[in-house]
Design a protein around this ligand. Sequence first.
Ligand code: 5AD
Ligand code: SF4
Length: 441
Amino acid sequence: MKTKTVYLKNFGCQMNNADAEQLLGVLHRAGYRATDRPEEADLILLNTCAIREKAEQKVFSDLGRLKVFKAKDPGVLIGVLGCVAQAEGKKILAREPAVDFVAGTRGTAEVPEMIRKARAGERSLFLSLEDEFDPGRFRNESIRESRVAALVPIIYGCDNFCSYCVVPYVRGREWSRPAAEILQEVRELAGRGYKEITLIGQNVNSYGKKSKENEDFCGLLHLLHEVNGLERIRFVTSHPKDLSRSVIAAMASLHKICEALHLPVQSGSDRVLRDMNRGYSRSDYLKKVERLREAIPGIALTTDIIVGFPGESEADFEETLSLIREADFDRLFAFRFSPRAGTAAEKLPDPVDEETAGRRLAAVLDLQKEQTLRKHQALVGTTVEVLVEGANPKVSGEWMGRTRANKIVHFGGGRTVPGDLVDVRIEKGLPNCLTGRVVSS
Ligand code: 5AD
Ligand code: SF4
């Protein structure tokens, strides 16, 4: 079989990254190798994100650019996958004759069959979100970006229906992978030298809730903690309403679980949180932060913020700023509200004008910049454990890795290779990373 080439452009969150890694594995079996040059590809794939309008528009502009390659060589196939495919699959096929197939968020494993059909001149669409279908069944074939730290999906979909969010519509109902299958994936990764795993899902704390036979999230953490060779466990994303005392206790007692947690708060105003259908109040959230800080000294907390949600007043926004100060986040991701078709918030009155939302976004980012820099500078002079991930792309002979608190460190000194755990003395705290030197290896 002649090797063919695939150009895969990926957008969005870690779940999309994990899907892309599995897809590359499945395509490898079908005789494809990856290329980063679309002009030489036999197959062009877009793995899309629908979380905000901008991300969605990108798909159509990219398709416009990429279909030129098909115009030059009609043998080139084009497929659209992921969240926009799920939401707009029929429309994409109708609007873009150059697209040969569309596969939604649980369709990555179907792609080889869709390619076969496309070669025979048949366009196809796969949009099933059925529960009994295991979207992670070919994980062992994944071609992963890192040889040190691996993404491991544990739960697909989301049942929360936050009023702004498209995810429940494009990724379907929550479905947990069987614990035995996850354990097998993690054992195999550890056997191949992986030191760190990040368990991923739209809401990892809901893991296993729907089935009596399966482990719950805490049980899964205990199970994976026993895997020999594995050094670090992370997980993302946690919903604040579902972060239980038992998970906090597991984080405190299981040493492989890193002292870092991404806990999206979205807003500091009770009124906005209620309209977002988040299921917790400002004080519920801050109590959990306090509990986490008590139980896990040095924990790094990160969050997501949406500004300009419909009806967000200046006073509501001030509450968000004060929560950011109180929670003392290490880092945050902030977004301007983007109305999504079919969600409850799309129909809410009192939109916030663009200029106000833009000003609020800048204020959140400015405040966090100060906090992050202060936290990074406070680490100067301390010695931290770093997992070496690879070469520092900017300075030859130096390395790049992450601390347990998930901070990027650029460092020199010592003889190390990717996958080593080394102690690094921090010399500088910069806005986005730390720098230092190895003190032992
Ligand atoms: N508009 C803006 N931001 C959004 N997010 C999710 N939906 C929207 C939306 N409609 C943000 C949330 C979420 C992160 C992944 O994206 O902050 O936590
Ligand atoms: Fe984007 Fe959400 Fe889909 Fe991830 S799950 S790719 S964030 S829309």
